[in-house]
Write a protein that binds this ligand. Sequence first.
Ligand SMILES: Nc1ncnc2c1ncn2[C@@H]1O[C@H](COP(=O)(O)OP(=O)(O)OP(=O)(O)O)[C@@H](O)[C@H]1O
Length: 268
Amino acid sequence: MRAVDPAELAPATHPCHVRAHRLKVRAGRRMAVDGLELRLGRGVHGLLGPNGAGKTTLIRSLATVLKPADGELELLGQRLGGRADLRPLRRKIGYLPQEFGYYPRFTVREFVEYMAWLKEMDRRHVPGAVQRAIERVGLADRADDRMKTLSGGMLRRAGIAQAIVNDPGLLLLDEPTVGLDPAQRVDFRALLRDLGAQACVLVSTHLVEDVAAACTNVVLIDEGRLVFQGTPDEIAGRGGTDDVGDNPIERGYTALLTRHRAGRGAAR
Ligand SMILES: Nc1ncnc2c1ncn2[C@@H]1O[C@H](COP(=O)(O)OP(=O)(O)OP(=O)(O)O)[C@@H](O)[C@H]1O
């Protein structure tokens, strides 16, 4: 019998919230996620990639909206597949799609309450959780206004409130800063950092400022595959003065993508 290392018995301090191995996910007929390897723990992970890289498809599969076509996917310790009941897992996930539906006549509070109900939250906790979520996104003064009276940026903040109302262990935000003005974006980045202290937050964005200011980690994908994963400083360190971009992270992004595509071209 082998001796057991005490470290094996200790609770994992950095559990893997997302683990994907050779993951494939279809979008229509296309394999938009195509053999992805990914491990994410607690923190804020910025998801970067060019248009069509597969970011939305990946986020939709992590939100359990799309079923993987192949490979392995484990979320919050639960392996997906077969006929496993996804409802307990969905209660622990928060998801803001790029475009989300709502009843225009609902107030912000009713909208977030309704989403809390869909997430099967304990009724006793709903009013307090809804109020807290609305306050965290800075919409307390509009809580009893109808959704149809909100600006684009306010709507997005209401969307973020519904995503965080259940204190998710895994929070998925697809382009959450679209429509936010600069001051709201600064507030939102502070909220992201706060949320990332407790949960695994994956944020798809085209805004490098968001990544630099709020993300502990960057995930770069292209053609449905992982190109790079590391800190914002590490991505910045990959760029040179000849690479296209207005700042070190953009230059690192360009350099990594160019090298990845050259390598894929040579392999084909
Ligand atoms: N419903 C669909 N039917 C067919 N193809 C689709 C569908 N949805 C996405 N695709 C294709 O799958 C690929 C990945 O799309 P996806 O929306 O996941 O990329 P993305 O990285 O989020 O792009 P963007 O930055 O433009 O939002 C693209 O080539 C896209 O054209």
